[in-house]
Write a protein that binds this ligand. Structure first.
Ligand code: GLV
Ligand code: MN
Ligand code: MN
Length: 407
């Protein structure tokens, strides 16, 4: 099966077709988790799985797995990613990994090729966490870190709960999350950063993922008149929110390997001439080193408390996501590397800056990832793009990685 190659044109067509679901007017997509668009996309994936002869399993949170029988029964070699998106997404983040895995299955079907172990394709729910925190929710539930009952009670940015959305759209299936026996997990994904493109390499052999910490600050002050209230009499929540942004950036510059992003701020009452009585601020902290990541969070908190104390603003901090850095299984890393070399693609070993279900699955079974270049390093942007030949190359590496692992 050395000469087997996926059909690049068919993969492009599938990417384009899925991208029409939740399409944004100027390009890109919005398929926030558990939304009607997310459900429509899931239905399409489920239909495609059935069309390819896969046995479909949908669990109680909505993770969809399609299993292709092997010559022998047993745990499956699992490939997948997610099809939910952030609000300003391109067509590739997540979807590429799921569609390329399905393309690999179709290629094997056409060739009449059997594998010894079963193969399975997985679309995890709510990887993004943009609407409902935490991110990587489907894999966290699969791993048993979060119960379906607790997840159903989580309220999103629009004030609705996951449970309401699941029940309204018929999102869930009957199966127990994590029931599917897995031998290993491989996720193909766009890099979402600039490294591969800048070095002119086709394949990233991913060795691990940096740690992620999401904080949600609620800052409580008091409303007052913008024109009449002397500064020393104010309890300005917006001012403390600004301190969060400022110190997050400073710490990112100061601490080695640190990233820090304030992506969402909501003020109340959010009026031009009223001192804000409340601010809600999210902080996304990342670092490949868990000690430094923890230190960044602690230092930030101390600095926020200092500003808040002087302003007489109350501070509440919730940790919404805390995923430590992971290293992928060396044998999967080597298998990916060998598959890329066998196909003649230039590759390099690298860490992932973005979060992925693979980092959760890494403690369920041996796991690994394959990256392809992102134009301009852009993702979580409607301008996200990867050249078709690179998408095809990544899918071929996935195909041959799966063939090796399912022998
Ligand atoms: C997932 O897309 C992340 O936030 O890294
Ligand atoms: Mn993704
Ligand atoms: Mn993403």
């Amino acid at each position: 099966m050395k000469g087997l190659r996926i059909n690049g044109r068919r993969l492009q067509e599938q990417i384009a077709a899925l991208g029409r679901i939740g399409a944004l007017p100027g390009g890109g997509v919005c398929r926030l988790a558990f939304s009607p668009a997310d459900k429509e996309a899931r239905d399409r994936i489920e239909d495609r799985m059935r069309h390819l002869g896969l046995e479909v399993h949908i669990d109680r949170i909505g993770n969809i797995a399609g299993v292709r029988r092997g010559e022998q029964p047993g745990p499956a070699v699992l490939a997948g990613s997610h099809i939910d998106t952030v609000g300003t997404a391109g067509l590739l983040d997540g979807s590429y990994g799921v569609l390329a895995a399905l393309e690999a299955v179709e290629t094997l079907n056409e060739a009449g090729a059997r594998t010894r172990k079963p193969l399975a394709v997985m679309a995890f729910v709510n990887e993004e966490g943009a609407r409902f925190m935490p991110d990587m929710m489907g894999s966290l539930i699969f791993r048993g870190d979060l119960s379906v009952e607790d997840a159903r009670r989580i309220t999103g940015i629009d004030g609705t709960t996951i449970g309401e959305n699941i029940d309204r759209t018929g999102f869930a299936g009957p199966e127990l999350p994590g029931a599917l026996p897995v031998h290993c997990y491989v996720e193909l994904h766009i890099e979402q950063g600039p490294v591969l493109e800048s070095e002119g390499r086709t394949i990233g052999v991913v060795e691990g993922v940096q740690g992620i910490l999401w904080l949600a600050y609620t800052l409580r002050g008091a409303t007052a008149h913008a024109g009449t209230t002397p500064l020393e009499m104010r309890r300005d929540a917006a001012y403390v929110a600004a301190a969060v942004v400022h110190h997050a950036r400073r710490l990112a510059l100061e601490i080695e390997g640190q990233r820090a992003t304030v992506g969402a701020i909501t003020l109340a009452p959010n009026l031009v001439n009223v001192v804000a009585e409340e601010a809600r601020v999210t902080v996304d902290l990342r670092n490949p080193d868990s000690g430094r990541l923890r230190m960044a969070a602690e230092k930030l908190h101390d600095l926020v408390l200092e500003t808040a104390r002087a302003e007489r603003v109350e501070v509440e901090r919730q940790i919404r996501v805390n995923v430590p850095p992971v290293s992928f299984d060396p044998s999967i890393v080597e298998t990916v590397k060998a598959a890329a070399a066998g196909l003649g693609y230039g590759s390099r070993r690298m860490l992932s800056g973005a979060g992925h279900d693979a980092q959760i699955m890494a403690s369920v079974c041996p796991a690994g990832m394959i990256f392809v270049p992102s134009r301009g390093g852009l993702s979580h942007s409607t301008r996200e793009h990867t050249a078709p030949e690179n998408l095809e190359a990544g899918a071929n590496v996935l195909l041959h990685t799966l063939l090796s692992l399912s022998r």
